[in-house]
Ligand binder design. Structure first.
Ligand SMILES: [Zn+2]
Length: 399
């Protein structure tokens, strides 16, 4: 409950959110915190606690949560952005802003692979990645933070290419396997070079997602040893059950479950991770835009699906889409804790849900209603235009 003198200096933006009915931390260690008030200054959380212990003076913005739940903004670990808020996959505009109305405040690109005429020569793919990193850093539809600029490895790349990409600000590879490199030996070498320069990697897992992509089986995934086992439940075509359980058991890398995958395989992954006592490896993405469209509520739908059918508490399923992903992706968001980015979703059970409260409504498989989305301490949306209506919604009492 302490804060530095500098955070109280004149001109700083102080956001107080009070009357929080349920504080979802995003952290598996303690998914629910005994707190009702959050203070952020200039887009960073400063304190989380009881209102009587919080210095709420000089607030620039005050939000009365009216008893609703506060969660970290959701992180979509697997998207395929192209340019601005347009996707050529379904020729749709405004998709990222629409995801923000589904509670997504951060997105991770798994490669800008839908770019029309995508260059596959080494100079071209590097240039495209650097351009995507720059443009999405500077342009945030709906305020969403998009970590993009994820090159797809191709034959002919050498160690110096990865050094150069890292120096230019590239922090992750696109899905290994979507380019020409599909053998474990070459992929392993390139992933190791990437890792050496601080670039994280994800591998496509399972059958081909669209004509032109190909099968990546468990042996290739294990040999490549990328940081994230991308869509372990297939995208859409999943590996056989024994290969999925082998990936969970033989690798220690992140297990990414996606909306646009096989739901049965998603539940198998979750069950196996739970048996291994390794739920901290589970992260969620949509793998969209895709052949099945864009899914503004994709992350919420996965939280409800995993909680209702996968027998994990709703507050734990929320950690998969927040704190787990932040830790694995080295992000400064995803947790309600001092020092973290002030990215919040305020939600309540949807009107007429049979659940008695938010968590029970998710446990029963219903989607919650979102009443507000805040990114970097700034309100991006009030009542969501995409979720079912929340029973209670927060209110801005001082703007
Ligand atoms: Zn894929």
């Amino acid at each position: 409950m302490t804060e530095t003198a500098s955070s109280k200096s004149a001109g700083s933006h102080r956001l107080v959110i009070r009357n929080i009915g349920l504080l979802l931390s995003g952290g598996l260690e303690e998914p629910i915190l005994d707190a009702d008030t959050v203070l952020s200054v200039d887009g960073r959380i400063v304190s989380v606690g009881k209102e009587k212990d919080t210095d709420t003076g000089n607030a620039t913005t005050i939000i009365d949560a009216h008893g609703t739940a506060l969660s970290p903004g959701f992180i979509d670990s697997h998207v395929h952005p192209v340019a601005g808020d347009w996707t050529p996959r379904q020729n749709q505009l405004g998709w990222i802003d629409s995801y923000m109305h589904g509670g997504v405040t951060t997105m991770i690109s798994a490669g800008e692979v839908h770019t029309p005429g995508r260059p596959k020569d080494v100079v071209g793919l590097k240039a495209m990645a650097i351009c995507a990193q720059r443009s999405f850093h500077a342009f945030r539809p709906g305020g969403v933070k998009i970590h993009a600029g994820a090159p797809v490895i191709e034959h002919g790349m050498v160690e110096d290419d990865f050094r150069e990409l890292a120096a230019a600000g590239v922090t992750m590879l696109g899905e290994v396997g979507l380019g020409g490199v599909k053998d474990g030996k070459t992929a392993r070498q390139m992933v190791a070079w990437a890792r050496k320069y601080g670039i994280q990697s994800t591998i496509h897992t399972g059958g081909p997602s669209i004509p032109g992509s190909s099968l990546i089986d468990k042996d290739i995934v294990l040999e490549t040893d990328a940081d994230v086992i991308g869509h372990i439940n297939g995208g859409h075509t999943a590996l056989p059950d024994d290969q999925i359980t082998a990936l969970c058991e033989k690798s220690s890398r992140a297990l990414e479950i996606v909306h646009n995958g096989n739901e049965r395989a998603a539940l198998l992954t979750l069950r196996t991770a739970k048996e291994l006592n390794q739920l901290s490896r589970v992260i969620l993405g949509t793998d969209s835009p895709a052949g099945s469209g864009v899914q503004p509520l994709g992350i919420l739908r996965m939280i409800s699906m995993l909680a209702s059918l996968g027998e994990v508490p709703a507050e734990v399923a929320i950690c998969f889409a927040t704190g787990n992903t932040a830790k694995i992706r080295n992000l400064d968001s995803g947790l309600i804790a001092p020092g973290r980015a002030a990215n919040f979703v305020l939600l309540d059970k949807a009107q007429h849900s049979s659940g008695k409260d938010l968590l029970e409504s998710i446990q029963l498989g219903d989607l919650p209603g979102i009443g507000m989305v805040i990114i970097d301490g700034v309100v991006s949306a009030q009542r969501s235009r995409n979720t079912p209506p929340a029973t209670r919604v927060p209110e801005i009492v001082r703007a």
